[in-house]
Design a protein around this ligand. Structure first.
Ligand code: PSU
Ligand code: MN
Length: 305
């Protein structure tokens, strides 16, 4: 195992026994949700994955060590400490060398999962091309990671705070398969529809696992994006959430919020503007992703046996 990594007992045992493991990110805990919803959600996600027959591995960097699987205390630390950085690919060298603690974004979580040979990773929504990127150049490192790192990512699409058509164009250019889980529509996080189509729909976890394995068997590097829409009963009204997003974007611009601060700022602002409705939706969609991710990990694990 890589010299920078510590595996939890649970994850270590699962790997020795050849059980399916599902990675979870920590930015959603430290920067994506408020306390105590963040810690409650983190624990719930782990339990959903266990209940469906896989082992969860929440990933974070604590005091310069990559932790694959967190203890209760470590989860609590990630959920409450104000000292935690937000690490994507470019941050990993400095954070590790300096012994800092950081939550891992989709990009950094993919890197760490890959180092530990974990093939399936569950998140809420990926980062993407930001609106106005033609001016700001703000394109999430998540997209390049999907282009390069061999981990399948289960998400509810990308948030409508982003430029979704350009996000899909980018993924196409870099050869990332985008697969709809039981849908032809690329979901927009809080809503099931975006008006944008995916190229392939899978009807179950077995089909999803086959596509993932086929990509890597072909020697094609990089991830596969499994887009799993928020359950109908928790989806928000499109006009309602679009208005909140517009207002949050306006506020961010007014306050000149930029770079890695923008995503956490918008999430928090949208939560306030919707009186917590967006947070509720966020929690439910990521729970649904954990359920689907566990099932895909189990099928993929069978294909590799
Ligand atoms: N989506 C969410 N909540 C989040 C994130 C995405 O619903 O907290 C996080 C993920 O960790 C993602 C990161 O990788 O935001 C993207 O940040 P940026 O736009 O700075 O690349
Ligand atoms: Mn960015």
């Amino acid at each position: 195992m890589n010299k920078f990594i510590n595996l939890s007992q649970e994850v270590k045992k699962a790997m020795e026994e050849g059980k399916p493991v599902v990675a979870l990110e920590s930015t959603i805990i430290s920067h994506g949700m408020p306390y105590p919803e963040n810690i409650e959600t983190a624990k719930t996600l782990e339990n959903i994955i266990r209940e469906h027959g896989a082992i969860p591995a929440t990933i974070a960097i604590i005091n310069g060590r990559i932790k694959i699987g967190l203890s209760k205390e470590e989860l609590e630390f990630m959920a409450t400490s104000k000292e935690i950085l937000k690490a994507s690919r470019r941050d990993l060298p400095a954070v590790l060398a300096k012994g800092f603690s950081a939550a891992t974004t989709v990009s950094a979580t993919m890197i760490c999962a890959n180092l530990a040979s974990i093939k399936v990773f569950v998140t809420g929504g990926i980062g993407g091309v930001h609106r106005g990127a033609e001016q700001t150049f703000d394109i999430s490192a998540d997209l390049q990671e999907l282009a390069n790192t061999d981990v399948a990512v289960v998400c509810a699409g990308a948030k409508a705070i982003l430029d979704l058509p350009r996000t899909l164009e980018y993924l196409e250019t870099f050869g990332v398969p985008v697969v709809g889980f039981k849908t032809w529509e690329f979901p927009a996080f809080y809503t099931r529809e975006s008006g944008l189509k995916v190229d392939y729909k899978v009807d179950d976890e077995i089909e999803a696992a086959k596509i993932i394995k086929t990509k890597w068997d072909l020697g094609l590097k990089g991830g596969v994006l499994i887009a799993n829409p928020i359950p109908e009963e928790y989806a928000l009204d499109k006009a309602y959430i679009d208005k909140a997003i517009e207002d949050a974007l306006y506020e961010a611009e007014k306050r000149n919020i930029k770079g890695k601060e923008i995503t956490p700022f918008l999430l928090d602002k949208i939560k306030d503007l919707t009186q917590g409705e967006s947070l509720k939706a966020n929690i439910e969609l990521v729970k649904n992703n954990a359920f689907v991710g566990a099932k895909i990990a189990i099928e993929l694990n069978k294909l590799y046996k």
